[in-house]
Design a protein around this ligand. Structure first.
Ligand code: PEP
Length: 253
């Protein structure tokens, strides 16, 4: 059996007001209360984080930001420092989501700086990687994913890797309803784990969780989670409703 605790995490993107976020926790609390063999997280918009974290206190639900800056503070209008996420009650942050790379100019270098700063502030990091359809069709999937992970984790120590989760999210599968087949996911996850072994040694590679993301739903989560190198899911659309989210978390029963 794998030593890696599965991690099912919602990514709410730019959805939910404070009131809606708190109502979600009220709706989901009882449905996930007994779960202790799966780590549960929600990445949420910055405005909802503090209320969400307060509402989730005493539950098994972790709260995280969807982005952060690498500086502690400064003249960076619109940005949020890692320490501010911690103060709001976050335990993790999502870094390098493809929407941030695509629409907000995130690069491997900025992701690397953000991830380093997040870890220095005591946050865990979900570092996202994944190819576009064009890149997949050109046979460049492995090269792109290796580029994202290698450069995103440049300069990290084996010890710091305890705070890193990788999310493999093929861009063509995000929000499209086109889920990668379990075999496609497994193939890329094993490429990532091999890279982690080369970079940090086999023990780190064996201990690091790699989530799959891209149109995961209650109907397909089980077969994806059954793959040996899939250790969780990062879920957008299907994480927005308590019922659906609870089904994802309870995929094993
Ligand atoms: C995501 O936001 O990371 C994601 C995978 O979205 P969806 O589940 O909606 O495809």
């Amino acid at each position: 059996m794998s030593m890696r605790k599965p991690f099912i995490c919602g990514n709410w993107k730019m959805y939910k007001t404070v009131a809606e976020a708190v109502a979600f926790v009220d709706g989901v609390r009882a449905l996930v209360a007994g779960v202790d063999d799966v780590e549960i997280g929600i990445g949420a918009p910055a405005t909802a984080l503090k209320s969400l974290a307060d509402a989730a206190k005493g539950t098994n639900i972790l709260i995280g930001g969807e982005n952060c800056h690498w500086e502690k503070e400064g003249a960076f209008t619109g940005e949020i420092a890692p320490g501010m996420l911690v103060e709001a009650g976050c335990s993790f942050v999502i870094i390098g989501h493809s929407e941030r790379r695509q629409y907000f100019g995130e690069t491997n270098e900025s992701c690397n700086r953000k991830a380093k700063a997040a870890i220095a502030n005591g946050l865990s990091v979900i570092l996202c990687c994944g190819e576009t359809l064009e890149e997949r069709e050109a046979g460049r999937t492995s090269a792109v994913v290796i580029d994202h992970v290698k450069n995103g984790l440049a300069g990290f120590s084996a010890g710091e890797m305890k705070s890193i989760v990788i999310a493999y999210e093929p861009v063509w599968a995000i929000g499209t309803g086109k889920v990668a087949t379990p075999e496609q996911a497994q193939e890329v996850h094993s490429v990532i784990r091999k890279l982690l072994a080369e970079m940090f040694g086999q023990a780190v590679a064996d201990a690091t969780r790699i989530q799959y993301g891209g149109s995961v739903k209650p109907e397909n989560v089980k077969e994806i989670m059954a793959q040996p190198d899939v250790d969780g899911a990062l879920v957008g659309g299907a994480s927005l409703k308590p019922d659906s989210f609870a089904k994802l978390v309870n995929y094993g029963i």
